[in-house]
Design a protein around this ligand. Structure first.
Ligand SMILES: [Zn+2]
Length: 269
């Protein structure tokens, strides 16, 4: 059906937003050694903050994943992670996440939890839901905030429309990404403080369709793919295609990429 095709065309159109240069401005070793304390610092939201030290044991929370499939995948930050390879989340700490519930479409929250679980299974990263936040979803967010304490802000999933965020204009249904920043000590970089912004007006239309929950989950999963570091691919058989027309589940390359996304090095505590 033409109308269905149009809606499906909207479903996975997406822009990956991520910030390395904007959020982490070249910090030299001499800059970061303050008074003999060799802690890295970042400039975030106009403030210079010391990078929080990783807590807990540096051992994986969940086993690494063997994908069993291969195909197209790509990374937003191709180099610079712990132990080589792309920049990734630390698999030795739970990826905490919160929902900014303002404008969340009815029926979407279980879909969001399902999408998170799908990403966890495919990556071997543990996700920990911390509830609801009064933070307003923004890619300009501070990476460390008083409301979350002395640690990186959790991944925030929130809702805007194109008036609130022009990046969501037209066929763009969602935005996703994380910031690649150095660990507390040393040169390794890790993904932190991810953001997913869903166009709630588009999403209300999607989830209201027959089979809408599956389509909605695919939208959120795609954005979470960006959060864990995946970039778009040209192959339309993958969910990480920028404007997929039909898929509701991971393709073979998505699964290979997600497994790699979850197989990064751990930050020493
Ligand atoms: Zn995308």
């Amino acid at each position: 059906m033409k109308s269905a095709a149009r809606i499906l065309g909207v479903v996975l159109a997406c822009a990956a937003l991520f910030a390395a240069g904007a959020w982490w401005r070249g910090v030299s070793w001499s800059d970061v050694r303050h008074w003999g304390t060799p802690r890295n610092v970042i400039d975030t939201a106009g403030e210079t903050v010391r990078i929080p030290v990783a807590d807990g044991p540096a051992s994986r929370r969940l086993p690494a994943v063997e994908p069993g499939t291969s195909g197209s995948y790509d990374f937003l930050f191709a180099t610079g992670g712990a132990g080589g390879g792309p920049v990734r989340y630390d698999p030795c700490r739970a990826v905490t996440w919160v929902i900014a519930p303002v404008h969340m479409p009815d029926g979407l929250e279980p879909v969001v939890h399902d999408a998170i679980e799908a990403v966890s299974v495919a990556t071997g990263l543990e996700f920990e839901f911390e509830g609801y936040t009064d933070e307003r979803v923004s890619f300009e967010r501070a990476l460390v905030q008083d409301r979350y304490g002395d640690r990186f802000a959790p991944v925030v999933i929130g809702f805007e429309n194109a008036n609130q965020n022009p990046e969501l204009a037209g066929s763009i249904t969602g935005l996703g990404g994380s910031s690649a920043v150095p660990g507390a000590y040393g040169d390794d970089r890790f993904l932190r403080a991810g953001v997913v912004s869903i166009d709630f007006e588009d999403m209300e239309r999607i989830i209201g369709q027959p089979g809408g929950s599956d389509l909605a989950r695919a939208v959120v999963a795609h954005e979470l793919g960006h959060v864990v570091g995946l970039a778009h691919v040209a192959d339309p058989r993958e969910l990480m295609h920028d404007s997929n027309l039909r898929l509701v589940d991971w393709g073979p390359g998505d699964l290979e990429g997600l497994a790699m996304a979850g197989d990064g090095g751990c930050e020493a505590g």
